[in-house]
Design a binder for this molecule. Structure first.
Ligand code: IPM
Ligand code: MN
Length: 353
């Protein structure tokens, strides 16, 4: 197949992990006889520096003209002045809104070879395999903001149609898996969560009677994720809760550098990005873990290009090199030698051949 992929390296370690994901896509494309072409555009702090706009119109256009989009990371101390007129993160949020990718899938699996990297007891980590479905284009991230000398506010709004469509995505995923769905809200305090719960209950009862459904308040969910992580199959939640819970869940896998994500909407053109940030503390050193970005490339192959075999090949290659002992600095045990970003990605590519 012929496909055009828009790359948005962004800031910090973004360019380093995007380079690794690109080589993995090239390797798997070559193997399967596909022609993947790539464009590269600015976003985030890099775009602010170049033209003062974290999401230049050319970038949006390049994404719209592509079959799928891969993003590295945005942000960094250089652009973090709380009074700055524009921020890198606005580029990413703007892009998610422009592409209308409302469903953010964040799979969390524990590789048995990495249980030592997690702060949790190994017996809790056996059989952990869940997908967190995070609503991505609504809620407090996108509500009206207000600031004056003595106060500030962020408005959190959800519409019924936004809740219905994300719950359907999550429920359909659960139907293909272990048929368990957990919806997370804060219905004891928030009106948006009460709407979330009413809507979720109604959609699930009417359309997905076969699912085993659980509802948790977000504070309890944060605890249950650590006390019984293997119980979860699909978790569905609103934008900010999903952001927070998936950073927490990355510690089950052992590193924030391992978790990929796919953001999907009504079209095939998805946005794929690691869940980690730009990691300015290690940027430019060539030591970032590219696994999350490479795994995001696998999700791109699966969801945007429908190349399931190629997607699994990348995931299997990642598992194989980890089983072989390849570890970047975030995963290496104290005293154990660590691979650089390019050494790790070379090992994955070797495995793909
Ligand atoms: C993420 C990130 C972003 C978010 C930031 C960079 C805006 O933390 O993708 O999880 O909060 O959504
Ligand atoms: Mn986040």
């Amino acid at each position: 197949m012929d496909a055009l992929i828009a790359l948005l390296p962004g800031d910090g370690i973004g360019p380093e992990v995007i380079a690794a994901a690109r080589s993995a896509l090239e390797a798997v494309g070559k193997r399967g006889g596909h022609r993947f072409r790539f464009s590269e555009s600015l976003i985030g702090g890099a775009a602010i520096d170049a033209c003062g706009d974290p999401l230049p119109p050319e970038t949006t256009k390049a994404c719209r003209d592509s079959d799928a989009v891969m993003l590295g990371a945005v942000g960094g101390p250089k652009w973090s002045d709380p009074n700055a007129p524009v921020r890198p993160e606005q580029g990413l949020l703007g892009l998610r809104a422009e592409l209308a990718v409302f469903a953010n899938l964040r799979p969390v699996r524990v590789n048995p070879h990495l249980t030592a990297a997690s702060p949790l007891k190994p017996e809790l980590l056996a059989n952990v395999d869940m997908i967190v479905v995070r609503e991505l284009t609504g809620g407090i991230y996108f509500g009206e903001k207000h600031r004056d000398e003595t106060s500030a506010s962020d408005l959190c709004t959800y519409h019924v149609y936004e809740i219905e469509r994300i719950v359907r995505v999550a429920a359909e995923l659960a139907m293909q898996r272990r048929k368990k769905l957990c919806s997370v809200d804060k219905a004891n305090v928030l009106e948006t969560s009460r709407l979330w719960r009413d809507t979720t209950d109604r959609v699930l009862a009417a359309e997905f009677p076969e699912l085993e459904v659980e509802t948790l308040l977000v504070d309890a969910a944060a605890m249950h994720l650590l006390s019984r992580p293997a119980d979860f199959d699909v978790i569905v939640t609103e934008n900010m809760f999903g952001d927070i819970l998936t950073d927490e869940a990355s510690m089950l896998a052992g590193s924030l550098g391992l978790l990929p994500s796919a953001s999907l909407g009504a079209t095939k053109c998805g946005l794929y990005e690691p869940i980690h940030g730009s990691a300015p503390d290690i940027a430019g050193q060539g030591i970032a873990n590219p696994a999350a970005c490479i795994a995001s490339a696998a999700l791109l192959l699966r969801h945007s290009l429908e190349l399931e075999e190629e997607a699994s090949a990348i995931e299997d290659a990642l598992d194989a090199v980890i089983a072989d002992g390849c570890r970047t600095a975030d995963l290496a045990a104290p005293g154990e030698p660590a691979l650089s970003t390019s050494e790790f990605s070379a090992a994955v590519i070797e495995q793909l051949r």
